[in-house]
Design a protein around this ligand. Sequence first.
Ligand code: BES
Ligand code: MN
Ligand code: MN
Length: 462
Amino acid sequence: MNPKKFIESNKDRLLNELFELLRIPSISADPAYNSDVQACAEAISGHMSKLGLDQVEIFKTNGHPIVYGECLIDPNLPTVLVYGHYDVQPADPIDLWHQDPFEPVIKTTEIHPEGAIFARGACDDKGQMFMHFKAFEVMKDAGEIPCNIKFMIEGEEEVGSMNLEPFISEHKEKLACDTILISDTGMIANDTPSITTGLRGLSYVEVEVTGPNRDLHSGLYGGAVANPLNILAKMVAGLHDEKGKITVNGFYDGVEIVSLEERALMAQAPFTQEAFNASIQIPAPLGEDGYTTSERTSIRPALDVNGMWGGYIGEGAKTVIPSKAYAKISMRLVPGQDPADITEKFTKHFKAIAPKSVSVKVTPHHGGLPYVTHASNPAYKSASKAYEKTFGKAALPVRSGGSIPIVALFEQILGAKSILMGFGLDSDAIHSPNEHFGVFNYFKGIETIPYFYKFYAEQHSS
Ligand code: BES
Ligand code: MN
Ligand code: MN
């Protein structure tokens, strides 16, 4: 098996095939793109068939389809389930893209001198998911497939994977595996490989504050009635105290305390506050007292307003007291916190802090449990060896701040741990305008993944 050589002699095709996928605007959140999402599922299943996978099938769900295919060679070999998603975030704000988000182009950047593929979904997750298809091709080409491999690629990750849980519960046998392999996270830098050992959970709510029954003239009524926007701003501002702690009653109950030893270990990962500030052009960071930036985004929970609106936001001035004000709020959770419990606590708290002059409604959206795995996991060790082989240095274990809610459910339902071999960089602008994925990273993923299977099979037999 010589992944490097395979990549060298198939470079253009490997890029062009990914480009074809990136041209399909498979935006799961917007029903206007339903037929594109379907077309993308068909393209994925086409690739699976071309790879020679068996049982290739597009499973209908109550939402977007799940695509499955497998290569089972020997019941004595370990079985790996590859998970990824073919859906993407909306491209908005469109004006801030330097190109059509669904017409990929390669451009060099400071961080990606070999070039990066710019397109929505390039990194999250089409590019990373597709590395697994091409890694399979590498192994097939060499006639060395060391494990049984199952592929399950879904189309609703970006909208909460609501239909995936019933699917995996219903197909437990079909999806049975020893470990799950996912590339939907990042690594520290191109010369500093890392493996993600944790994901934060998520509780997402929408709040609605109602004052008067209709929008009012702000001259005739101003000063005498509660303005829901004023009130909401104050309520939201009170959700953090002066030490950066979240004030929701009971929010930190049960939060797992990470030992000083582990924190010291984490602090060894290369990070400079100055570079962090510069990378997003902020004058100074802000967060919970007593924790570093890396800790604030991994081992500690967070609460953020994602959007807030109401009243008049059009051109010019309209004198009005709005009847309603809204906000969307995300809470990132860590081990020891449960999304349903946090949502309940938030709802109670938010209603309790509202003045009598308004009424409050809280609507929960999707959520998910946090996840951690340990470097002692045999699959983790195999991944680690694979990085060492292709990067020439050991990968650092890193807990990420992002969420992939299905990962905790995989563990609960299938009883298998997930290995998060992410090849993206934080600077790749996932979910943002001008999302990109390094050509180096794409090829490095294709090169590294086959070694994971090789080492995992060896570990299994020893
Ligand atoms: N791939 C991301 C999650 C991610 C990115 C984790 C980078 C770690 C590092 C995933 O597609 C995503 O965007 N998840 C959402 C949650 C989902 C329920 C919409 C998130 O984290 O906001
Ligand atoms: Mn993703
Ligand atoms: Mn995403």
